[in-house]
Design a protein around this ligand. Structure first.
Ligand code: ZN
Length: 377
């Protein structure tokens, strides 16, 4: 792809779920904004659909609506990279609404009830169930999906989270064009891939594990050398500063779900175009206030309290998402407005309280000389 002419188009679509207006006959890779979670829709030039992950269950309605608006009825492959709710949660609704032909997952032992229910539901619907490990290959028209990880047997050594470490890592290939979908892998799986694969190069990298600093190691990024990266993150769990620096230093153009919304890559012949729902590329936008970090650094406020405030904000965000879900069901407008106002005022109140406590903490730590000068003034 290095020699190919690559044109970047950033379109302000303006409407949250606007259709992408893409021409038939191109290879399309859609990274959906599902908040904290992954969802990637692949459409082959001949019109077949592959879905990799489906976000949290409360975002399932968005995935379904997106697929419907694309005119999709049948899904050849539903890939669940690992049994965590931010990857399989929305799958239940997809399975009920669309003609899913085959489920592909890594077969990691899981006690998650929602995942077990999903597998049972797929069984009832007679959907083919395939456990895939390194070496498996799936094809849809001329698009090839290669499974690069996890190996068989699964990775266990020095692994922090067995489910994350053994996420399915999929390389999409179409001619020379490559996309690497890296699930939630962390440094140990990246090291495994560096040992196992001679050539990890890809044009687009789906950044692993929502952009945390324990993934996307410099050696891994050097081996993949992507032109573009997509970071699937929500504003309340934003990617690490280290990741931005690593991408910036390597000249990799990145998009973030929280800043850019849904991002669509389209390969038409030799030309790759990018369409982002909103915002600009390479955003370092910080929506989550840095207060949390500042608070953690001040001795006046215990870490536990910071954790509780963060938890509270997250709960409110989830509640707001649930309200948005009701958009699909009947008379939602008035209810939505009232709830949004309520959540907004609570957040403002909490932010005010945090700011006040932080000001107090800073004041109490000022050197005595300064405070006496202040008193005189
Ligand atoms: Zn995840």
């Amino acid at each position: 792809m290095a020699r190919r002419s690559v044109r970047l188009v950033l379109a302000l679509l303006g409407v949250l779920f606007a259709g992408t207006g893409l021409r038939a006959g191109d290879l399309e890779v859609h990274f959906l904004d599902v908040g904290h979670g992954d969802c990637c829709v692949i459409r082959t030039p001949q019109g077949k659909t592959i879905l990799v992950d489906c976000g949290l269950s409360l975002m399932g309605w968005k995935v379904r609506r997106y697929l419907e608006r694309q005119g999709i009825r049948r899904i050849e492959l539903l890939v669940v990279t690992h049994p965590h709710p931010d990857h399989h949660g929305g799958a239940r609704g997809v399975v009920d609404a669309f003609d899913v032909r085959e489920l592909v997952e890594p077969g990691i032992p899981s006690s998650s009830r929602s995942f077990t229910n999903l597998i049972r539901r797929l069984g009832e619907r007679k959907v083919r169930h395939t456990i895939a490990r390194r070496g498996a290959v799936f094809t849809a028209d001329d698009v090839v999906l290669e499974v690069l990880a996890p190996p068989d047997p699964l990775l266990t050594r020095g692994v922090r989270s067995p489910a994350n470490a053994n996420s399915l890592v999929i390389r999409l290939r179409s001619g020379e064009f490559r996309v690497l979908l890296a699930g939630d892998i962390e440094a140990e799986t990246e090291a495994f891939l560096l040992r196992a694969e001679e050539d990890l190069r890809a044009d687009i990298l789906k950044i692993p594990h929502h952009g945390v600093s324990t993934s996307s190691t410099p050696a891994f990024l050097d081996a993949v050398r992507p032109r573009y990266a997509f970071i699937p993150c929500a504003f309340y769990a934003e990617p690490s500063r280290e990741l931005h620096d690593r991408l910036h230093r390597r000249g990799i153009t990145w998009f973030r779900a929280d800043a850019n919304g849904t991002v669509v890559f389209r390969l038409a012949g030799e030309t790759l175009t990018v369409t982002a729902e909103h915002g600009r590329e390479n955003s370092r936008l910080k929506v989550a206030p840095d207060w949390f970090k500042l608070l953690q650094q001040t001795r006046a406020v215990p870490k536990k309290a910071v954790g509780r405030i963060q938890q509270h904000v997250r709960t409110k965000v989830v509640a707001l998402s649930q309200v948005l879900r009701q958009k699909a069901a009947g008379s939602w407008k008035e209810d939505l407005r009232r709830k949004a106002v309520k959540v907004g005022s609570t957040l403002r109140q909490k932010a005010g309280q945090i700011a006040e406590r932080w000001r107090e903490a800073v004041r109490s730590r000022l050197p005595r000389r300064t405070s006496s000068e202040n008193t005189r003034a």
